[in-house]
Design a protein around this ligand. Sequence first.
Ligand SMILES: Cc1cc2nc3c(=O)[nH]c(=O)nc-3n(C[C@H](O)[C@H](O)[C@H](O)COP(=O)(O)OP(=O)(O)OC[C@H]3O[C@@H](n4cnc5c(N)ncnc54)[C@H](O)[C@@H]3O)c2cc1C
Length: 377
Amino acid sequence: MSERLATEVCIVGGGLVGCATALALARRRTPCVLVERERCGTHASGVNYGGVRRQGRALEELPLAARARRMWGRLAVLVGHDSEFRPTGHLRLARDAAELAALEQWAAEAARLDVRCEILGPHALAARWPWLGSGLAGGSFCADDGQANPRLTTLLFARAAREQGARILEQKPVTAVERSRRGFRVVIQGGSEIQTRVLVNTAGAWGPAIAALLGEELPGEVIAPNMLVSEPLPYRIEPNLGMAGPGIYLRQVPTGSVIFGGGRGAADLAKARCRPLFSTTLATLAEARRIVPGLASATIIRSWAGIEGRMPDDRPVIGPSARVPGLFHAFGFSGHGFMLAPAVGAVLAELILDGHSSTSLAGLGPARFAQRPAAFA
Ligand SMILES: Cc1cc2nc3c(=O)[nH]c(=O)nc-3n(C[C@H](O)[C@H](O)[C@H](O)COP(=O)(O)OP(=O)(O)OC[C@H]3O[C@@H](n4cnc5c(N)ncnc54)[C@H](O)[C@@H]3O)c2cc1C
C-alpha cells in the first residue's frame, strides 16, 4: 500500500550511521523518517569486525572519534542494552623499524589531541603478551580502545530511535529524490512518497548514487573487507590486535571465538551482494598464525565479507552538501565507520537543528571534493 508522508528530516540508509542520526534527532523531538532498502544493519554496520579504536586514524577524525569513544562508554544507557563494548585496549604491531617509527610518530601527534599510546619494544611486548610470535619490532598500545558486537549495535540504535519516536521503514528502496517547494520529495519503490524539509544521505557504499539523484557528483569506490571466525578457543587474547602497515587484524570474544580480518573479498554494488575470497582467507590465516602462533590449529567455521564505501583519501564525507541546500551527507567511511557512527549521528543532528556542531569536522566535509579532482590510489 502506497503512503504519502510528511516529515522534517528523511534519512536514507539504515546502517549504524543512519540509525544513530535517527536516534539523535528523535531525542530532540524532531520528526524524522528513516528509509532502509533491506533491514537495518544488513550491510557494513551489521557484519563488520567490531573494532572500536582511535589508534591509527587520520588526525582529522580524532575529534569525532574522541566524542564517539565517550559515547561508547555509556552506550548501554543511551540505547537501553549492552552492545558488548569492552575497553580491552588496541595493540598495533610493527614488523620492522620503519613501522615502529611510524607508530611512534602517530602517537606523538595524537598525544596533542589527547590520545594516549604506550610504545613497547620487542622484549616488553613479549613479556606482556607471551602468546605473540617472535620477530616483531615492537608495538603501540592504546588502553582506552576496544571492541563491540556489530550484530547487536545497529539494531539497538534502531530500536532506541523507534522508542523515541522516529519512524523506521524497512525493505523500502528509495528510487528517486527531487527538489520540491518544501525541500525534497523522496520516492520509494512501490509508489510511497515522503515530503521532507531536510534529507540525510547515510546510504553507505551507495552514498554517491543518492547524491547523484540530486545532481551532486561525489567520488566513492566499493570495497569488501574479508572476515573469518574460528571455533571457540580458550580465552587468551584480550586486546584488539592490528598491524602498523597493511595486514591482518584479530580479536577474541570472551566466549572464545577469534574474529580475523584482512584483505578483500568481492562485491557487486548493483546487486548489493558480496562474498569472501578463499585466497584472501588463506593469506589472512597464514599471517595470523605468524603473529599468534597458538592459532595454528584453530578451525575456521565461517568466512564472510561486507560492502563498504571508500573515499579517495580514506576519510568519510560528513556535513552539508556543497551544492544542495538542505541535503546532508555521511558516507564513505572507508572501513572504519563503526567506531565513529554514534558521534556522527549526534553531530548531524546538531548541524541540522543548530546549524553548527561542537565537534570539528575539518577535513571531512564534502566541499573537499568540489575543489579538486579525486583519484583513487
Ligand atoms: C567486513 C567489514 C569490517 C569492518 N570493520 C570495522 C571495524 O572493525 N571498525 C570500524 O570502525 N569500522 C569497520 N568497518 C566499517 C564500518 O562497518 C562502516 O564504515 C560503517 O558500518 C558504515 O555505516 P553506514 O551506516 O555508513 O553504512 P551501511 O551499514 O552500509 O548502511 C547503509 C545502508 O543504506 C542502505 N541503502 C543504500 N541505498 C539505499 C536506497 N536507495 N534506499 C534505501 N536504503 C538504501 C543500505 O541497504 C544499507 O543498509 C568494517 C566494514 C566491513 C564491511
